[in-house]
Design a protein around this ligand. Structure first.
Ligand code: NAD
Length: 311
């Protein structure tokens, strides 16, 4: 049984980590969050130690380590801008890290993390759960079987409406979340790279706190993409049916359905990590470079490469 700690234990995604730790037969010995709304721990690990101050958490982990009860893994579900520091903490304690997306905000931090891996001999594993989605793996196999040189025409539309709270939280602060393309889009840019290969072009047509759009060209695809947090972007007929989200990916006009199961993959990621098949630091590089470029790129003139939802 592996000994886990969880940083960011009071957040939205933390229960998926607790469930994954439990469902893979492991133990959560300590949880940390600056917010103490962690009653959810009782449903998974009522015996876990809990800390709201990092120094006390650090002291506990160190005392345990000296007593021969070091951590095997630290799971990280804190705000994006803190991932880098929390991963470094995990490795320095002698544990591997399992860190939420986006691994870091800036590509330069990837090299720094690899140095810490080399110095400590410990590993960083990331939650890139779409890479394990059966529909995405199928698509990747089909693309690999296509004649070389042929490019698929892809439209990616992802509208996931959020209330006013979003822009008031860390998620609405670019320095903390990276902005909408980083925070919401990184899953998709990673998936596109995973399926369609090397990134060749990255043009941005729209970049606001609640919407972003652009054009990406990969070895094997030309992609028009649109992301939004605004319910008014959900097509009228969907809204009339009470839906506040709209997700569509088409490849050469054919629908790629992966909405189902997207949120259930944390346990699968943990299974892969524990079996020695986790996704490591380097596998994040292209997606992190993609979002860093989108964050600062000049807005291009709208031409025929623009996604149809950009008005
Ligand atoms: P959240 O704001 O609900 O949770 C973040 C938690 O971190 C909060 O409880 C907050 O109090 C805590 N925190 C803040 N500062 C801290 C600190 N210094 N030390 C310890 N804890 C601290 O956000 P969330 O939606 O749960 O997102 C958390 C992470 O998970 C983010 O990186 C996000 O991108 C990622 N996420 C991933 C998925 C996915 O599908 N893989 C989905 C949602 C979020």
């Amino acid at each position: 049984m592996n000994r886990f700690a969880l940083v960011g234990a009071a957040g939205y995604i933390a229960p998926r980590h607790m469930k994954a730790i439990r469902d893979t037969g492991n133990d959560l010995v300590a949880a940390m969050d600056v917010n103490d709304s962690v009653g959810i721990l009782d449903s998974h690990f009522p015996e876990a130690q809990f800390f709201t101050e990092f120094e006390q958490f650090d002291a506990f982990v160190e005392t345990e380590r000296r007593a021969g009860r070091g951590l095997d893994y630290v799971s990280i579900a804190s705000p994006n801008y803190l991932h880098d520091a929390h991963m470094r903490f995990a490795l320095r304690c002698g544990a591997d890290a399992i860190c939420e997306k986006p691994l870091v905000l800036d590509p330069g931090d990837i090299d720094g993390l690899q140095e810490v891996e080399r110095a400590t001999g410990k590993r960083i594993h990331t939650i890139l759960q779409l890479r394990l989605h059966p529909a995405i793996r199928d698509l990747r196999d089909r693309v690999a079987a296509m004649p070389a040189g042929r490019k698929t025409e892809v439209d990616l539309t992802y509208i996931t409406s959020r209330g006013n709270w979003y822009l008031k939280s860390w998620k609405g602060v670019t320095g903390k979340s990276g902005g909408i393309a980083t925070n919401i889009g990184v899953h998709f840019y990673d998936m596109l790279h995973f399926v369609y290969g090397a990134l060749q072009e990255n043009i941005v047509h729209l970049n606001t706190p609640t919407k972003a759009a652009g054009y990406l060209e990969y070895e094997r695809a030309r992609v028009r993409w649109f992301l939004s947090l605004d319910v008014n972007d959900v097509p009228a007929e969907e809204r009339a049916a009470g839906r506040r989200t709209f997700r569509a990916v088409t490849a050469d006009g054919e629908n790629v359905e992966f909405s189902e199961g997207f949120t259930e993959l944390h346990t699968r990621i943990y299974e892969e990590v524990l079996a020695g098949r986790g996704f490591g630091v380097e596998e994040n590089r292209v997606a992190i470079e993609t979002v860093a470029h989108i964050r600062d790129a000049p807005i291009a003139r709208h031409g025929d490469l623009v996604h149809p939802f950009v008005r």
